[in-house]
Design a protein around this ligand. Structure first.
Ligand code: SAM
Length: 240
């Protein structure tokens, strides 16, 4: 990573009161692996160092706002893609037991190889769809935390994420600007699947000033057995 890239990472982390100094070598390696993986696999649209550091690394770390991931939590990253926010979180939070999930095998193969290269043994990537995992005994209600960045509208996310959480567990959804309509639909969907929106945190990304919103849902009672509905239905026929 260039000195400029490193400065950007430090500046973004500082705004989160996070000291990345002990982790800089791992972030530099992640940058290199992402760039070479991208040439082969076309994993992400972001290609410049500045974009990757700011819009993947720093942006992923903003899920730490509010302190909902400060603990030894079993955490699923729903729709992780090339490993975001899972890999940056795994670097700075070794106590998390992280399961990056994506339905696309080549992405999960990349995340698995990258986690191994970075020595992140607490990361166990999984290929599959959230609809399927949410109805399997192995995964349903087995997680303390679910995170998701840029995956779907809030009502869809609520139906996919809440079944995976134990009662008392927390879902941190990371989005761009959030409309009142989407928030309202998300609140209603959360109620339907056993949860409640407990926090809405709008903020801007350092340097670029891009608008972001963290929406935090808490699971308050078991999700009715009919949710999540079968593959594709939550997206094509959202609850609200
Ligand atoms: N979270 C990553 C990021 O922010 O860079 C990737 C975002 S990408 C726009 C959305 C990802 O979610 C895709 O890789 C897609 O395959 C995955 N995805 C969408 N719906 C899913 C589902 N129901 N189950 C598992 N993965 C899903």
């Amino acid at each position: 990573m260039t000195p400029e890239g490193l400065a950007l990472l430090r500046r973004g982390a500082e705004e989160l009161q996070l000291d990345v100094t002990p982790h800089e070598a791992q972030f530099a390696r992640l940058l290199a692996l992402l760039r070479s993986g991208n040439e082969r696999l076309n994993l992400t649209a972001l290609k410049t160092e500045e974009d990757i550091v700011l819009k993947h690394f720093v942006d992923s770390l903003t899920t730490l706002r509010g302190g909902h991931l400060d603990g030894a939590y079993r955490t699923l990253d729903l729709g992780t893609g090339a490993g975001f926010p899972a890999l940056p979180l795994a670097i700075v939070r070794p106590e998390l037991d992280l399961v990056p999930l994506d339905s696309i095998r080549k992405k999960i193969d990349f995340v698995r190889d990258t986690a191994a290269e970075l020595g992140l043994s607490h990361v166990t990537p999984q290929v599959g769809r959230a609809e399927t995992l949410g109805q399997s005994a192995e995964h349903r209600e087995q997680y303390d935390r679910v995170v998701a960045r840029a995956v779907a509208a809030l009502p869809v996310l609520a139906e996919l994420a809440l079944p995976l959480l134990r009662v008392g567990g927390v879902f941190v959804a990371q989005k761009g600007p959030l409309s009142d309509e989407e928030l309202d639909a998300g609140r209603r969907a959360a109620g339907e699947v056993g949860g409640r929106v407990i926090e809405v945190d709008p903020f801007t990304l350092p340097v670029s000033g891009d608008a972001r919103t963290l929406i935090v849902l808490e699971k308050q009672r078991p999700t009715p057995a009919r949710y999540p509905r079968r593959e594709g239905v939550p997206t094509h026929q959202p609850l609200f």
